[in-house]
Design a protein around this ligand. Structure first.
Ligand code: ZN
Length: 493
């Protein structure tokens, strides 16, 4: 054993001669190969530098703005980040040709190549645009987003959500829903691993109002004596099956007036839905009645005298006022039982008939004035020139067709006339002629709506004669009320 061990030892240990030879070899390697390698390296560096210098000296340069690899989300547009090109201080940016298209509707990598050629020497650079899907899918709810209300004693129907992904489309089927405690957790992942998680609190409670829809309009017009019946309706509820509907509010069709009928639906949880229906009971058409109507006032010196005559004769009439004249004459007319209507504030055709908005803006001014003075909102309207006027065509084509419908929609009623006293025709007629125009047109077979102007001196003198004639011939005089049937002319614009 001892001998073998010694042999082994001897075999591995070099002799002194061998040691000397090895050292010599290493010396030679160091003295020959290392300088050779340094020379090679220097040549390489010089080579690279020469190429760079050569390129710099003789080739144009392109410099990309922004990164050479960029990522954009699927379906968002790629916008060129810009580039610069020059050759020895000369700007060549305009000569750069850009090739390559990015299809933002398809995932992938799109190279964009920028090439410039100058004096036959071409240089190009490439930018890579990666279109990726990094958008999370969306989970949307048709009911409350943060709370999940479930009808008491029922189960969740899993029917109030959907998941939409920008790339995969509708992925509602992939949504995993888990109920833990009083939290419902919705989770979905798109093809590219973008994940969305939404949590909602579960509440076993009915918070939705019943749905109540009347089969009729919310405003019903009736004439005195007509029969009124409640409208039929449809009622439904998310939780309750048998929802009771109570109807309240008195309607008396024997009396003209505005009545309110309220339909009220209540579900088992006490949620309430209300629908209000307005029932307007109109006066019967009053044949043989004379409605004296006065436009354009009030005016001191005429309106007050007309009011005196009306008072003396015990007659009620209607005044369609503007923004002119003193407040106290409107107040007096109202207090003495006459009706106050609206004739626009400015009475300027070019203003009120320039547009529907302009008309209502002007009307509001006079409406506010009347409400301020009388404490009551007037719903009676007379259009300057009547609804049949053609002057409005100058300012807006078709405006009377719009306005006549729009005023009614907004709860007003408009009154034209069927007897013209012609008192506005520039003083052409004296008071007897004016009275005669009226009295000769009166009839017991129609409503007599008489147009007059309380700003005219001749009108105040004619009024007594008209009233005396009317009374002597079996006519009665009334003021227009919100329940008087409209008297309308043919619209011509
Ligand atoms: Zn007028």
């Amino acid at each position: 054993m001892e001998k073998k061990k010694k042999l082994y030892y001897r075999y591995n240990v070099p002799s002194n001669k061998e040691k000397k030879l090895n050292a010599l070899q290493k010396k030679r390697l160091a003295s020959v190969w290392i300088p050779k390698m340094i020379v090679c390296f220097l040549f390489l560096v010089i080579g690279i530098c020469s190429i760079s210098v050569y390129k710099m000296m003789f080739f144009p340069r392109i410099q990309l703005e922004g990164s050479s690899v960029i990522t954009i989300p699927y379906e968002s547009k790629y916008e060129e980040l810009g580039y610069l090109s020059s050759y020895q201080g000369k700007d060549l940016t305009n000569q750069v040709k850009v090739h390559g298209k990015v299809n933002f509707k398809k995932l992938g990598e799109y190279p964009i190549t920028y090439t410039v050629t100058y004096h036959g020497r071409t240089v190009s650079k490439t930018r890579v645009v990666k279109v990726v899907d990094n958008k999370k899918p969306k989970i949307e709810f048709t009911t409350d987003k943060s709370n999940l209300y479930i009808c008491p004693n029922t189960k969740y129907l899993y029917d109030d959500y959907q998941a939409i992904d920008n790339y995969d489309g509708n992925i509602t089927d992939l949504v995993e829903v888990k109920e833990t405690g009083n939290v419902m957790r919705y989770q979905v992942q798109d093809t590219f691993g973008n994940r969305t998680v939404v949590e909602r609190k579960i509440l076993y409670k009915d918070v939705e109002k019943p749905k109540l829809i009347l089969d009729a309009s919310n405003t019903i017009m009736l004439m005195v004596g007509d029969k009124f019946t409640d409208s039929t309706y449809k009622v439904s509820d998310n939780c309750s099956t048998d929802v009771k509907v109570k109807v309240t509010g008195e309607v008396d069709t024997r009396k003209p007036g505005e009545y309110l009928r309220v339909y009220k639906a209540v579900d088992d949880a006490g949620n309430v839905s209300k629908v209000e229906q307005k029932i307007i009971v109109m006066e019967p058409v009053k044949k043989g009645v004379i409605y004296l109507t006065f436009d354009d006032g009030p005016r001191s010196g005429t309106t007050d005298i007309i009011l005196n005559v009306l008072k003396e004769k015990g007659i009620k009439a209607t005044f369609f006022v503007t923004s002119g004249g003193p407040d106290d004459l409107i107040k007096r007319a109202y207090d003495e039982g006459h009706s106050i209507g609206l004739h626009t504030s400015s009475h300027d055709y070019s203003v009120v008939y320039s547009s529907v908005d302009s008309y209502f803006k002007d009307l509001k001014v006079v409406s506010d004035r009347v409400e301020r003075i009388t404490g009551e909102k007037s719903t009676l309207i007379r259009f300057p020139g009547g609804s049949s006027n053609t002057i409005s065509r100058r300012y807006s084509s078709g405006i009377m067709s719009c306005l006549t419908q729009e005023v009614v929609k907004r709860g007003y009623r408009y009154y034209d006339w069927n007897i013209d006293s012609r008192d506005a025709e520039g003083g052409r007629f004296d008071s007897s002629q004016i009275a005669n125009f009226v009295t000769s047109s009166l009839s017991h077979d129609k409503v007599n709506m008489v147009l007059m102007h309380d700003i005219k001196v001749t009108t105040k003198d004619a009024i007594g004669q008209i009233i005396d004639y009317g009374k002597a011939n079996g006519y009665t005089f009334e003021a227009i009320t919100p329940f008087t049937d409209m008297v309308t002319q043919r619209v011509n614009n």
